[in-house]
Design a protein around this ligand. Sequence first.
Ligand code: DP6
Length: 325
Amino acid sequence: MDTTTYRAYTNIALIKYWGKRNKELFLPVTSSLSLTLNEFYTETTLEWNTQSNEDTFTLDGQILDINAIEKVSRFINMFRDLSGIHRPVHVKSTNHVPTAAGLASSASAFAALASACNDLFGTNLSNKELSTYARRGSGSATRSLFGGFTVWHKGIGDESDSSYAEMIDEADWDIGMLVVMINKEQKKISSRVGMEHTIKTSPFYKLWPETVAEDLEAIIPAIENRDFPTIGQIAEHNAMKMHATIIAADPSMTYWEPESLTAMNIVRDLREAGIPCYFTMDAGPNVKVLCRLSQAEEIKKAFEKHFSSDRLVISGPGKGPHKIS
Ligand code: DP6
């Protein structure tokens, strides 16, 4: 085989990953849990490089420079070492988002790349094993090796193999998200830097592992019972606790923008009006509204009073990565 193309979807954490216990291996401080989304994905084509002795990489049609490719090459080295095939490759990645807005994600990117590497280098890893490799590109990529609701287990000590993802529910029921694009610019403080700063300086960080463990213990049975309000309440509270911990760092920082607060208030108003929906936010200003997929259009209409419709994207649950060609 000379070429392969994989598609992988992004995921949004309902119980967040915020902090590494081992930076080199991307081993997290806590386990986390997410919902994979079908509207946001990366497609990656991988082929043997016959034009150059080095790896080359185009992202959304742009040729990346040597520095940007270094991280990708190091990632691919794991598969070269595993297979014993030390050949250079050409990587072509395209991020698919419904509008020209952001939310291009390292989660879908590294899940697609890991899946394509597994195929081209013939390493035959299972998705569970592959998730431990995707993790070393970006932590959240671990969870994009599966669809639906997926748990990323924190694992034990420095054992890379023990920190893998596992799907707990296909999410083949009435659930989805409305993504509210607040700002499509690249985030100012990366998750990696934000996490390190929070761990080092936030006095609240010591509470984080315990509260995550409690939230996970409560949300898993709620998912099994398809108890949507309980899932939403736990997810919203978990996100707010993460952001409170970040705000308490020194110097203080926040990923929120004024419009993020506007979006949160719309969610609260909708709830008061009897429509169950809950928000979550990551290392950027965009707000993701967890809702019943059957009510997503109605919720979107309420948002259209404040946000133009090209900034609002409804998504149902997504699947694990799959081969396109
Ligand atoms: C807030 O996976 O982007 O989205 O592992 O350093 O690449 P690195 O970080 P990344 O962090 C994601 C943080 C988060 C929460 C989450 O997705 O669990």
